[in-house]
Design a protein around this ligand. Structure first.
Ligand code: MF3
Ligand code: CO
Length: 252
């Protein structure tokens, strides 16, 4: 069931989203070669803790950190580790949910460490572009959920990239994961609800340089990697549909 949000609720979600965007703007530039993925998590964790903000990822189904920090061939749900050190040429996506006064925001940025290869840089640029293509498709009058998938997958496939199928975007705002599911690939089997005022959505293309196929780590139960070991990229914004149209909330 899709829960439509009132203007008051969207105000609350917007506040949460602006804090998340501000945090990315402040902490993002500090992410550098030589830091561990645990160090990265700590920067965000401490920023939220000092402001008494909720961290919905922490403890979610036993997830052990406030953020997901996914390096290179890790698509999503990378668990921060003191043993994983960022090196020149890596890409690292940081996926964070934040809670303020019961309202939840969700956003992901992918950072390039030092000088990445032109191929990896292009993957990052195109994946962020996929996010904006998806957002643009969602903003058109009469748009439906699968229009997002069409826009994202069309651009990704033009570059020969794999579009992850096993994980999707989602409704968000009052809970971390709400209906509808927002896939990045088109399937006739999937529901295709109309996008309407009051919807708040996390749109999040997960794009692989090679195969779309992914695999979850059997030991930790979280880490999702590309099956072929090639790099993956992830960008995400929380958006709302209001009277004045689509608004990207996790953007300053
Ligand atoms: N932020 C993720 C999303 O976009 C959810 C992470 S779940 C966690 O849906 F438990 F791994 F943090
Ligand atoms: Co999300």
């Amino acid at each position: 069931m899709i829960v439509l949000k009132s203007d008051e609720q969207i105000d609350g979600i917007r506040t949460s989203c602006k804090l998340l965007a501000q945090m990315f703007e402040e902490i993002g530039p500090q992410i550098a070669e030589g830091m561990s993925t645990y160090d990265v998590d700590r920067l965000f964790h401490d920023w939220m803790k000092h402001r008494h903000l909720g961290m919905p990822c922490l403890g979610y189904m036993g997830y052990p950190a406030a953020t997901c920090v996914s390096v290179n061939n890790v698509v999503i749900h990378g668990i921060p580790s003191k043993h994983e050190i960022l090196k020149d040429g890596d890409i690292v996506s940081v996926d964070i949910c934040l809670e303020k006064d019961g309202y939840i925001s969700d956003s992901t940025h992918t950072y390039e460490i030092g000088k990445v290869s032109p191929e990896v840089h292009e993957l990052n640029v195109v994946t962020e572009k996929c996010l904006y293509m998806g957002i643009d498709a969602a903003s058109r009058p009469g748009a439906r959920i699968q229009d997002i998938a069409k826009a994202v997958s069309t651009l990704a496939q033009k570059h020969g990239y794999g579009v992850v199928r096993d994980y999707c975007g989602h409704g968000v705002g009052l809970e971390m994961h709400e209906d509808p599911e927002i896939p990045n690939y088109v399937s006739l089997m999937n529901p295709n609800p109309r996008i309407r005022k009051g919807m708040v959505m996390a749109i999040e293309p997960m794009i692989n340089m090679g195969t779309y196929k992914v695999d979850t780590d059997r030991k930790d139960g979280w880490t999702v990697r590309t099956l072929d070991g090639k790099p993956a990229c992830h960008w995400e914004h929380t958006v709302a549909i209001t009277d004045s149209g689509l608004e990207i909330l996790t953007q300053l």
